[in-house]
Design a protein around this ligand. Structure first.
Ligand code: FE
Length: 313
C-alpha cells in the first residue's frame, strides 16, 4: 500500500513554513503559488511513488533545461502554451469578446526592437537568395466590422531556410527576417521575404530528450509569427502556418489553428518574376488578412510583459 504523509500536520507545517506563511515579508501571491506547487509536487511523489532516481534525474533535467534556455520550448511542447490560449479564449467568450483572427502561441524566439517601415518592407538580407524562394506577403488589417485599420503595427518574425531565427542564430545579420510594418491608409502591409522552413527542437537538447520519452517528434510546420497592434484595438499574438506542410496539423508546439493556415502559392513564370524584381522564374505569394477586436480597456492594446530578448546595439 502506498504510504502518504503529505497531508499530516507535521508536513503541512513544514510546507507552510517553506512557503513563507510564517513571516510577513515577501510576496503573498508568490507564497500562495509556491505553497500549492510544493503540495502538488509532494502529492505526485506520493501518488506515483516517484523513486529517488526519478526525482533527482528530474532535478538535473531542470538544470539542463535552463542551461540550454529551453524552458520556453518545453512549455509549448507539453501543450501548456496552447492551453493558456484556449483558457483565454474561454474567458473572452464569457465576456463576449469574440471575433477577429484567432490568437496562437508566441513561442520563445521574438526579439524586440526590429526595424520599422511604413507600408512595405524587405525582410531578408539577401544572403540566402542562391537557394531560398522569394516570398511576397501582404494583407490588410481590419477591425471586426471589416473596416481597415491604418497605422496598425505588424510586427513579424520568421525563420530562414534552415529553420533558424536571427539573434538566436548568430550567423545571421542583425534583425534578419524581423520587421515592424506600419499599415498604410488602406490598412495594408506588404513584405518581400523568403519562404521560411519548418524546424525541430535540437536533437541533443533537453526538450527533445523529454519528447523522446513521450514517443513524440519535435517538429513544427513552416510558419510566420505576428504581433498585431493598433490604438483602440486588442493586441493580437498569432502565427500563419503554411499550407502544404508535412507537420501542419502535427505541430509539436500545437500552434496551428483553424483560421491560421496561410495559403501559399508558388508561381513559376519568368515574366512575372522579372516584374516583381525576382531573378529566375520561381517565387511565392501569400495573402493574409488580420482582424483585431476592439480593446475593452487601454491595457488590452499592449502585449504581455513576458520577458523577451532585446537586441543589444
Ligand atoms: Fe517559430
Amino acid at each position: 500500500m502506498t504510504v502518504k504523509v503529505s497531508h499530516t500536520a507535521e508536513i503541512q507545517s513544514l510546507f507552510n513554513e517553506a512557503a513563507g506563511l510564517n513571516n510577513d515579508q515577501g510576496s503573498p501571491r508568490a507564497k500562495q503559488i509556491l505553497l500549492r506547487l510544493i503540495n502538488d509536487v509532494a502529492k505526485i511523489i506520493e501518488d506515483l511513488e516517484i523513486t529517488d532516481d526519478e526525482f533527482w534525474h528530474s532535478v538535473d533535467y531542470l538544470n539542463r533545461l535552463g542551461a540550454r534556455s529551453e524552458a520556453g520550448l518545453l512549455v509549448p511542447g507539453l501543450g501548456l502554451e496552447h492551453f493558456i490560449d484556449i483558457l483565454q479564449d474561454a474567458k473572452d467568450a464569457q465576456l463576449g469578446l469574440t471575433g477577429g483572427t484567432p490568437r496562437t502561441i508566441e513561442g520563445p524566439l521574438y526579439v524586440a526592437g526590429a526595424p520599422i517601415a511604413e507600408g512595405e518592407v524587405r525582410m531578408d538580407d539577401g544572403t540566402e537568395l542562391d537557394h531560398a524562394t522569394v516570398m511576397f506577403l501582404d494583407g490588410v488589417v481590419r477591425d471586426t466590422d471589416g473596416k481597415p485599420i491604418a497605422g496598425a503595427v505588424v510586427d513579424v518574425w520568421q525563420a530562414n531556410t534552415k529553420g533558424n531565427y536571427s539573434y538566436f542564430d548568430q550567423s545571421q545579420s542583425e534583425y534578419n527576417l524581423r520587421r515592424r510594418i506600419v499599415t498604410d491608409a488602406e490598412g495594408r502591409y506588404r513584405a518581400r521575404s523568403i519562404v521560411p522552413s519548418g524546424y525541430g527542437c535540437a536533437p541533443d537538447g533537453p526538450t527533445q530528450e523529454c519528447l523522446n520519452l513521450l514517443g513524440r517528434h519535435g517538429q513544427r510546420p513552416a510558419h510566420i509569427h505576428f504581433f498585431i497592434s493598433a490604438p483602440g484595438h486588442r493586441h493580437l499574438t498569432t502565427q500563419i502556418n503554411l499550407s502544404g506542410e508535412e507537420y501542419l496539423w502535427d505541430d509539436f508546439a500545437y500552434a496551428t489553428r483553424d483560421g491560421l493556415v496561410g495559403d501559399i502559392k508558388f508561381v513559376e513564370d519568368v515574366a512575372a518574376a522579372h516584374d516583381r524584381g525576382v531573378e529566375g522564374e520561381r517565387f511565392a505569394e501569400m495573402q493574409f488578412n488580420f482582424e483585431l477586436q476592439k480593446a475593452p480597456a487601454a491595457q488590452a492594446e499592449q502585449r504581455s510583459n513576458r520577458p523577451r530578448a532585446l537586441q543589444q546595439a
